[in-house]
Design a protein around this ligand. Structure first.
Ligand code: GTP
Ligand code: MG
Length: 478
């Protein structure tokens, strides 16, 4: 210790010693050394300047706008996301048509399977004496047999979309019914896909080989480019049409209260088109296709701000699963959002949750809305309400379904669209006034998000006004 202290002194700095000029330096050597040092300083100053410039640019670059889509399952979140994609990156949206064709085929075979299941139930009581079901003829049973390969097609498509054993597949949330992954109830069992899993990539080989035909609107890829599942569906087209249009089958579905046309992903009225070899999904078809979300999907795009600076700003839209078991995944997104689009399907007033048949869907929407409004983490976040599925809501009212039968508080007010829709809007507005931690503006729209034209106007309004206000409030825009 003493030896070390004796050999080291502050005046003997090894760094200063290393940088000091050599003791017997000539004038020439000195000039050369100084020139090298001047050049080194010039380069170093330039690097500092560049770093400072980059820092300034970084500060000026607008921060991304983040929007979170919320609402119960089947409320229309993913359909709203599709509208954003169609508006802001139509080419990319349309390049995914081959993948959506597979989903539409899956939707078709699901509807057919539900009819086949209904027929099996009727076969258990052939005389219809105890159930009151209409009698099925040998012709019906022949049709049923001819269509039975579609059950395997459903499983094959489902397995393609949700391969078991992938890290992205969350088996805990599914019952393994017939080795295919469906959500719990057998009648409404439905394939779900985890958004972390790049399911669209599965069809990319197919897309690549048929890119031209899919990108031009003229005609589809044709039989020769179709995969096996597509071929079976096309081969069954005539039989499916006959089954769906059969009066006895319609009576049977009616007797079993099975309204396929009210279910998401209904394409049986378009079988002629969607089960043809040259079928290419239209934008409308893609918006009507149903694929339940698990996990979180992020979509990014750039648009010009509607501000004086007209800066190009990145937008990020987040789509989450609305099933009760998926809602715990919402919270981590709450503290970082500029706006929330909350979807409440008002047409669901006479339906119950798939997760819990004792809970009315509209009631679930109101409770969910209340919990979002009251959440202190979201106190500063703009929230926009979409009272969605207005088309189905109107159709139900016109068919004579009474709102007051399910929402008793509606009493004996008139059952027309004007009165009922105003009543529901006021209910949601009242929850906002009563439960928001601080006063906030009630932004709402009546929507049918499967209608791209009206939805794009509404979304542009959301983009231009609501979010802009939120950015101004947080001083992100001068
Ligand atoms: N007729 C009609 N159908 C709609 C409307 N909005 C959504 N749909 C359909 O309803 C189904 C469900 O919509 P999604 O967007 O998948 O619902 P989601 O909220 O993403 O549901 P999860 O992923 O389960 O949380 C789809 O088949 C849509 O095409 C609407 O306004 N009118
Ligand atoms: Mg979804």
């Amino acid at each position: 210790m003493q030896v070390f202290a004796a050999s080291f002194s502050w005046g003997d700095d090894p760094l200063a010693r290393a940088l000091a000029p050599p003791p017997n330096e000539s004038d020439e050597e000195r000039t050369a050394r100084m020139n090298v040092e001047i050049e080194a300083k010039r380069i170093s100053d330039k690097i500092d300047e560049e770093l400072q410039r980059q820092e300034k640019v970084k500060k000026k670059e607008p921060r991304p706008v983040k929007i979170l889509l919320l609402g119960q399952s089947e409320s229309g979140k993913s359909t709203t996301l599709k509208n954003f994609q169609l508006m802001n990156s139509p080419k990319a949206f349309r390049s995914e048509r081959a993948s959506w064709r597979a989903v539409i085929h899956l939707n078709v075979v699901r509807s057919i399977r539900l009819i086949l299941d209904a027929m099996t139930e009727a076969q258990a009581d052939p005389e219809g004496s105890s159930s009151g079901y209409p009698r099925l003829t040998t012709e019906h049973l022949m049709l049923k047999m001819q269509l039975s390969p579609l059950v395997q097609v459903e499983e094959a498509l489902a397995r393609k979309l949700v391969p078991s054993g992938t890290a992205a597949f969350d088996a805990a949330r599914f019952s393994q019914d017939d080795k295919v992954y469906y959500t719990n109830s057998v009648r409404s069992r439905e394939v779900a896909v985890n958004s972390q899993f790049a399911w669209k990539g599965i069809f990319s080989r197919f897309v690549a080989s048929t890119r031209q035909s899919f990108e031009s609107d003229a005609s589809g890829p044709g039989w020769e480019n179709m995969d096996d599942t597509g071929r079976v569906i096309c081969a069954c087209r005539e039989d499916m049409i006959r089954l769906w249009n059969d009066a006895t089958i319609q009576a049977l579905l009616h007797a079993q209260h099975l309204k396929l046309e009210d279910m998401p992903g209904f394409f049986l009225d378009s079988l002629d088109r969607v089960a043809s070899p040259k079928y290419v999904p239209t934008d409308d078809d893609i918006l009507r296709a149903r694929l339940k979300t698990l996990g979180v999907t992020e979509y990014r795009f750039m648009i010009k701000d509607k501000t004086l600076t007209a800066a190009l700003r990145e937008w990020r839209i987040y789509d989450v699963g609305g099933h009760r078991s998926s809602r715990a995944a919402w919270a981590p997104f709450f503290d970082d959002m500029d706006a929330i689009l909350f979807l409440a399907p008002i047409s669901a007033f006479n339906q119950t949750l798939e997760e819990d048949p004792n809970v009315n869907r509209l009631e679930d929407s109101i409770l969910l809305w209340k919990s979002i409004i009251a959440n202190p983490l979201l106190a500063e976040t703009s929230i926009v309400l979409f009272l969605n599925k207005v088309d189905i809501f109107k159709a139900k009212l016109e068919a004579g379904v009474k709102l007051s039968r399910y929402i008793v508080s509606y009493g004996n007010r008139p059952n027309d669209y004007e009165s009922t829709s105003n009543y529901l809007r006021r209910k949601f507005g009242q929850v906002l006034r009563d439960h928001s931690p601080q006063p906030r503006y009630f932004y709402f729209h009546f929507t049918t998000v499967t209608d791209t034209k009206t939805t794009s106007t509404i979304l542009r309004d959301v983009q231009d006004t609501v979010v802009l206000k939120s950015l101004q409030k947080s001083n992100l825009i001068e």
